[in-house]
Design a protein around this ligand. Sequence first.
Ligand code: ZN
Length: 723
Amino acid sequence: MWLSPDPVYHQVRSGPARACFRRFSDPIPKVCVMNRPPRRGPLSWTRSILPALLLAALPMSAPAGAAVGPLTPLAPLPGAAPWSAAHHSRQHRLREAESKARAGMLRQQLDQQRAPGADKAMDAYDVRFYRLVLDVNPATYILTGTTTVEAVVTAASLSQMQLDFSFQLSASAARAGGSPATLAYDAGILTIDLDRTYTAGETVSVEIDYAGNPTSSYFGWSSHGGQPLVWTLSEPYGARVWWPCKDVNTDKADSVALDVTVPSNLIVASNGVLEGVTTPAAGKSTYHWRERYPIAPYLVSITAHPYAIINDEYQTLAGGTMPVVHYVVPSELAAATVGLAPTVDMLGAFAQAFGEYPFVLEKYGHAHFTWGGGMEHQTCTSLGIGSYPEYIIAHELGHQWFGDLITCADFSHIWLNEGFATWMEAYWKEVRYGAASYHAEMAAARWMGGGTIFVENPGSFSAIFDYYLTYLKASWVPHMLRHVMGDADFFSGLQQYRAERGYASATTAQFQAVMEAACGLDLSAFFQQWIYSEYFPRYDYAWVREPAGAGWRVRLRIEQSQFNTGLFTMPLDVRIETENGPLTFVVQNDQAEQWYAFEVPSYPAGLSLDPDNWVLCEKRFQGTSDVPEAEAVVYLLGAAPNPFNPRTTVRFSLPRDLDVRLDLYDAAGRLVAVLAEAPFAAGEHGVDWDGRDRQGRAAASGTYYARLRAGGDVRTVPLTLVR
Ligand SMILES: [Zn+2]
């Protein structure tokens, strides 16, 4: 949002180009937002990610003199199980996805109601402030409300204001500039005639009176323990179901006031700070909540119940304190007190890594509602009753940075919310339990399936809240980006992302631009392949060692053998176990077949590719061998394509003229075909296999082994036939 100063508002945050304003009268000190200018420089990927131990990673375009064979027995294929047992236990997170998806069921109805051109009309103004005066009556299931909208005109002129509003409620009256105004409702849009024509820069104020029963996936008249439990869950398109608003993520109100009247046995939890409770009539209480930070409509929430309250306190980075308040059903008081206790430590951990808790002048906490899982309502997460796993507390708290402070500009970019929040679960594990725990958590979030993380149809709820793409695979994006950029650049990039997009919204492209500026790398391939494309790379790799001078040379071949998507550009860790300890190199991999050579000072006993699992991929180790120094040897160079159908070429090279026998065996060791039995001249040769056996029958899908015998050497290489 772009706003000009107005004496009614107190400026509380100054950024490089934007200013945010608060509606309320009490002075609030400025919030410090880290704003470091982006570092630019001619960094290459490799330079940025090189660990100290990088010695010599030399991509080789051709395997001059290198060999891959004879191959030791193949390692078992890495498990391609899409998710681990650990994940099956994660019903809460799944439930969050499911509940959010269910909560979106009304979208199609609402979309059908949305008038053509309504979006454009709403672009004509910029919301500053909402006031929601609500009377919540759980006995009659009637919600009575008055919503005030204050907005600055951004078009040349404005004579009508349009707002999203659902059919569940009916608006009875409107006022504009304090005068009665006519209103019309059509197809999900409320149109209010303003008292005059306003021009650009002027502030418009309208009020709408409405009432009805908003019951839906977005607003619930539930009960617990025989008492009412009223809740809201507006993500993605449900704010309009219970209050008229400009229901988009890109126009956050700078502040929201909620004055919520309930039967006096209920306690209302909501966004921001509770400024007081008044008694408007006998048997009624009004809770005055004030949210002074910018907030997207879907993050505005109320819950009401005869809650028990748990008060805790967070020590801010600046040495102050902030209330942490949990509103729990009374029967859960003891369990929730224990279960929610880690919230404070998480606040500290996340503030250290991602900048101070974004709403530190207000509060954080949870309020029980009757969904499973949680919903990251700003400063007051709604939480399912009876279960308090750390990962869900971390997830919803993580959303306060990624989702609430920086909100996906539209739900095509939901991964900026959910991918980060899911990754934050693992990050919390790292802070609390160490790096191994972080990696175990990410391993459990592996998902190997199709579909793009970018939501191509944000009108589809199941697409927005696709558990496997939006949560699991998306959590691998910050994980992988962290390794691509290196920790220093990655975390400073996130700080810059906050500085530029905080208290506003972001698209994937905006996030990419900030991260590129932070590390000086071109990340277009990274985002293209991981956000907008499908699947993952599969790396087939084999290596050979040979004496070289006083040490050893390791030659590594990596082949990208996925055939369901294009080639990936990724840095890959290569760890070589030597007699003097492990050495880790980083290679840049972006071709179907690439060779690398490494010089190591002592005997290389083993090699592993991406040993810490920084890349969402499959890996297939295809063998290793020793090459005697200065001895002419036969090389079996491999087969391409591999996997293949219907034809592949097996390549080999000979140091001199030799009689060659090239056989093909199946996995059971049965001879399938004889590919060559003849003298060959020195040099490189290719022999085709058409996927047929000796009788001319098509061989079945599976792994086969080409075995080359020449000059007393035997070399073997696996092939995969995919029918
Ligand atoms: Zn989430």
